[in-house]
Structure formats: C-alpha cells, structure tokens
Design a protein around this ligand. Structure first.
Ligand code: F6R
Length: 606
C-alpha cells in the first residue's frame, strides 16, 4: 500500500526521502516520487518501478532542505509516471502526497474541469493539489483546512508549498501518519519503519487531526483549528530490527526470530504462582473479566485464522462461547453488539482498515473492545479500550509469520485470564504456563528440521493445486498453511476440515493433487488417520504434520514432526513448519518472497 515520507531540517532532503521510501518498499508499491523545495523552487521527480530507479534518475546536486515523498499502489488510474505522487497544482507551487481514497474526487474534478483546470493525471490526489492552490485562505494551513472541508474519504496527506518553504502541512483521516521529532529537523511518515533510523521520538496523529511541521517544532490542531497538545512518545524499536541482518529474505529472518521474540513477549506476563497471565494493558479487572458471557474476535486474513485458534483456546480453557469473524465483513451486516460480549481486534500492523472500521462499529454501538496488536501506537491499538501488545518486533515480509505465532500466544494469555476468573484450576493454569514457557525451545527444535521441510516443499512446488486439511484445533492451522503457501508460492491451495472431504472435495483427489494433513496427537487422531485413508486409497500424495508417536502407517508418507505441547497450545507450534513449507516452495519457484504479487503488508484501504 502507499507510503508517505516528509523531511524538513538542516540536511539535504532528497537522500533522506529516498532512504525513507526504501524502508516503505515492503508495504508494496508500483511507482514512487519525491518533491524537494530549494532555491530553484519546487522540483518533482517520479518513476514507475522501484525506489532505486527513482534514486538513479535524480540529478546529482538536488539541493533543498524540505521535501515530501511517496510510494504509490495504484487505485485511481494505472501505474504511470503521471499518476505517481507527488501530484502538483498547475503552476507547480503546491505538491501533495496522499494515501487513501477521496470518495468525491470525480465530482470535484468535474467542477474544476468546468473552471478550466488542466489535469495531468487520473488520480484523486491531483484534485487536492488544485483545490489548495485555488484556495483564497491566507495561510497554507487555512487552504488545507478549506480543502479538507470539501473532500470526503480516507486520507493521510503531506503538502509542500513554494510560498511557505519553512513548513509542511499534514493531515490524517483514516490512514496513518506519524511525526518524527529530531534535533533541528522533523520527519513525517505513514509508517514507523521510515523514521526509526533518524529518531525514536514520535507523535501519532489522530483521525481529523492536522499538523504544521517546521524544522524546530510542530503544532497539531483539529479541523476546528483548536490546538491539540500532543507530547512525543519514545518508541522501542531498534534500527537493526528493521534490516535484513545478513538474511536473504525477511520472511526467513522473521521465521527464525520466533524463539527469541516469543521469549521476550512472555517476559513478565506469566504468573506461575496463581497459574494466570498478567495483562495490565487490558484494563479489565477480575470482576469485569468474569462478567463477559461471550467473546467475539475480529481480524482479517491470517489474523482471522489465528483468531479462530484463539476462539478455540478461550472456549476450551475458559468455557466461554467464542468465535472469530472476518473484520472485513463485520460492519456490513449491521452486527448485534452485546454489552456482555468481549470484542477482540487482532492485527499485526494495527492499521488494517477493515479491522479498524470493525473496531469503530463495536465502539459506536457501545461494545467493549480490546486489541491484540503488534505495532505500538498504531490506529487499532489506540482506538481499542485496552489491549495486549504482541512484541514481535517489526515484521517486514508481506507474508506474516512471527506476528501470527505471537497472536496465538496473546490469545493463550487472554484465555488464561478469562479462565482463571472462572473454573480453570490453578494446576491447569500452571500446566498452560509450563506449556507456554516450552514454546521458544520447541520452535528451535522445529527450525532444526528446516532442510527436511525444504525438501518436501521442493516436491510440492511442482503441483498445480493442493489441499490442507485439519480437524477442530487443526483446521485453523490448515487454513493458515494454505494461505501462507498461496501468498508466496502462488500455488492454488484450499483448506478443508478433514471431516468434510467426503462431502465433496474428495472428488478432486488424484495423483496430481497433494494434501498436507494436520494430524495432532489428540482425541481425534484415530479419526484423522482414518480419513486420510480416503486420500491414500485414491492415490493422492500426502504430507503429514504431526506429533511424535502418531503412527501414520505408511513409511513412504513424508511426515513433519512437531514437538508435543499442551493440546490447547499445539496449534501454535503446528503452524511453524507450514511457514517454512511456504517459504521453501516459493524459493524453489523463484518468486519475490518478501513482496508477493498483488499483496501489500498493511492494507490501509477498504
Ligand atoms: C497473511 C497476511 C494477511 C494479514 C491481514 C491482516 O500473511 O499477512 O492476511 O494477516 O492482511 O493484517 P494485519 O494483521 O496487519 O491486520
């Protein structure tokens, strides 16, 4: 998705903007551009393709200490140089970068057209540049406010005006924007990763908020021109965390990081003595936790699948009815929001528009919602009534891996809290805590099996289509396994409940359709194994992901064995080899693993 950077200070802006844009590349984009304001007036450069192509096209001496930059993911109009941002006014005085979608752009465009304005792109953003240039307000802030009162939709914008070279004016509504406070310099970005090299002192803008940013100060204000006093917060991200650290791909780096990041996540959160979890950020005491009669989990894509794992943990441990629903559908079905339901939003980025809208819908209807979110200070984290930060560290690969295992663990902690104020005994709580403590070491063990998994993946990479099957606790694992594989390898993969095979999908089983079956050592093992015979009998190739001691029966069937934990926690571990399977299948097929086609890391539009 689109990315914004901005700089004003005492250094040359161009290299800082280019470096910031390259940090945003992981989000997905198809063109990029910058505008720099120096003694020669505003200069705008745009390119289709990579940030490095843009960089190569810049003049050697591009002087100017204020500028804005953008990576674009085409929405209005194809990926062309004309449609790339910054977009400018006719006279070139105003440059604008914009994330989001302006809903009434077509109407505004018609009106401007009728007034003789010449458009040079198909973008909705260009409308903003022309409107600002035509505003009669005496200040840039006034002109931006003027325009914001006329546009509807979602946006994060940064505006550069030749007449006001001492400032950038930025605004946010439904799309993230962050200010970075430096020493006699200020930064603007849509994503923390573009800032962390320069500063850890940041200000998150809220929806409906604007800011004037000069080299030495910032002022935030509302659309009613009321000052909104904001104090910078210090973020806890190491610049090294957002680099490749010698790995070829972020996806593999992030898979291998899991033992360390999970250990960090658990630190201080396990209460051995009382067999429960310490989640102060939930802002819920025992009485409130006890009061909820239902839990509803909202997330998208892989976060939704882990939400299904979480719902199972909550039902099993706390015996509270729980389910997960795709956040993207939630608000469109006029959901019944119940006061005694605990709503849980789950999101790595904390910026997924569909999930953020679901949070707003719950709040609008008076519901109570907490977040399981990775990115500190992100929109969803701030909008929820409380929450649990996942502390997975920055996740750069588009395909989510470590954040998902962290979500699984976050749900286990939440389930413990809900369960221990109900009927789960201290001993059972302690059993889960011991299980949680074993997870980092057990993941280490799984990771040592990488060469074997890579071999299996290379074998599967030749298939046109695959099934992933699992039952009950294993089904969300199968769904996530299929999702990961299709995202990075582009192989068609579908997940089914193993029990559902005979009700239809079995018709497709043949020698050329492999099935990856999740067969944990639990109360359903025998039934699972029996169902797999239906596949074997039809000559369908099988790969089994299982626990030690489960007798698959046929030594020719490749098995990936995962250490056994408590049955409630097993799904978290069963997911890990499927991450490696997807990674190695994509590697065998030679795909761009960290930036799969058509996908973006942070889906900030609906
Ligand atoms: C899968 C994947 C997506 C995300 C989904 C939600 O690898 O990354 O399916 O899980 O877009 O994103 P977040 O968790 O940022 O809300």
């Amino acid at each position: 998705m689109c990315g914004i950077v901005g700089y004003i200070g005492n250094q040359n802006a161009a290299p800082i903007l280019i470096e910031g844009l390259s940090r945003l590349e992981y989000r997905g984009y198809d063109s990029a551009g910058i505008a720099v304001l120096g003694s020669r007036g505003p200069q705008v450069f745009r390119r289709v393709g990579r940030v490095r192509d843009l960089d190569a096209s810049l003049p050697r001496r591009l002087a100017g200490k204020v500028g804005i930059g953008h990576t674009r993911w085409a929405t209005h109009g194809p990926a062309t140089e004309e449609n790339a941002h910054p977009q400018t006014s006719e006279d070139g005085r105003i440059s604008v970068v914009h994330n989001g979608i302006i809903d009434n752009a077509a109407t505004l465009r018609e009106r401007l057209d009728a007034k003789g304005v010449k458009f040079s792109s198909e973008t909705d953003t260009e409308v903003i540049a022309h409107l600002i240039a035509r505003s009669e307000a005496p200040t840039l802030e006034g002109a931006v406010l003027d325009v914001l009162s006329r546009i509807t939709g979602t946006y994060a914008i940064a505006v550069l005006d030749e007449r006001h070279p001492d400032r950038l004016v930025v605004a946010r509504n439904g799309s993230p924007l962050i200010l970075g406070v430096g020493d006699h310099e200020m930064f603007v970005a849509s994503d923390l990763s573009a800032l962390v090299r320069h500063t850890t002192s940041v200000v998150h803008l809220d929806d409906g908020e604007l800011a004037t940013v000069t080299a030495t100060e910032f002022r935030t204000f509302s659309k009613d021109e009321e000052n909104t006093a904001k104090i910078p917060t210090t973020i806890d991200i190491d610049f090294e965390d957002v680099g490749l650290a010698g790995y070829r791909h972020y996806m593999r780096k992030e898979i291998l990081e899991q033992p360390t990041t999970i250990e960090r996540m658990l630190r201080g959160r396990l209460d051995e003595r009382f067999g429960t979890a310490r989640l102060d950020g939930l802002n819920l005491g025992p009485r409130e936790l006890r009061w909820f009669r239902r839990v509803k989990i909202l997330g998208c894509g892989s976060a939704y699948y882990v939400g299904q794992m979480g719902a199972a943990m909550i039902e099993e441990l706390a015996r509270v009815p729980a389910d997960a629903e795709p956040a993207s559908e939630f608000r469109y079905r006029n959901p019944i929001v119940e006061p005694d339901t605990l709503y849980v939003a789950v999101s790595q980025s904390g910026e997924t528009a569909d999930t953020a809208f679901a949070v707003q819908e719950v709040k609008r209807k008076g519901g109570q919602i907490v977040g399981l979110v990775n990115v500190v200070g992100s929109t969803i984290a701030r909008e929820c009534d409380g929450g649990v930060y996942l502390h997975a560290g920055p996740e750069v690969a588009v395909a989510s891996t470590k954040a998902l295992t962290h979500m699984g663990i976050g749900f286990a902690l939440l389930a413990l809290c809900l369960a221990r104020v109900r009927d789960l005994s201290i001993a059972d709580g302690q059993r889960i805590i011991t299980g949680l403590r074993s997870i980092p070491g057990q993941i280490e063990e799984i990771l040592t099996g990488e060469p074997g998994i890579a071999k299996i993946a290379a074998g599967l990479a030749g298939a046109q289509s695959l099934f992933f099957v699992g039952r009950v606790r294993g089904f969300p694992v199968a769904r996530e396994g299929a999702q990961k594989l299709k995202e990075v390898s582009y192989l068609h993969a579908e997940a089914y409940q193993t029990s559902e095979l005979k009700h239809g999908p079995l018709a497709l089983i043949c020698e050329s359709l492999p099935t990856v079956a999740i067969v944990p050592d639990d109360e359903l093992t025998d039934r699972n194994l029996a169902a797999l015979q239906q596949i074997v009998a039809r000559k369908g190739p099988l790969v089994v992901v299982t626990h030690p001691g489960v007798a698959i029966g046929d030594p020719a069937v490749p098995a990936i064995t995962v250490p056994k934990n408590e049955r409630e926690l097993d799904p978290i571990l069963l997911t890990v080899p499927l991450q490696l399977l997807a990674y190695h299948a994509a590697l065998a097929l030679g795909h761009d693993i960290d930036k799969p086609r058509n996908l973006a890391k942070s889906v900030t539009v609906e």
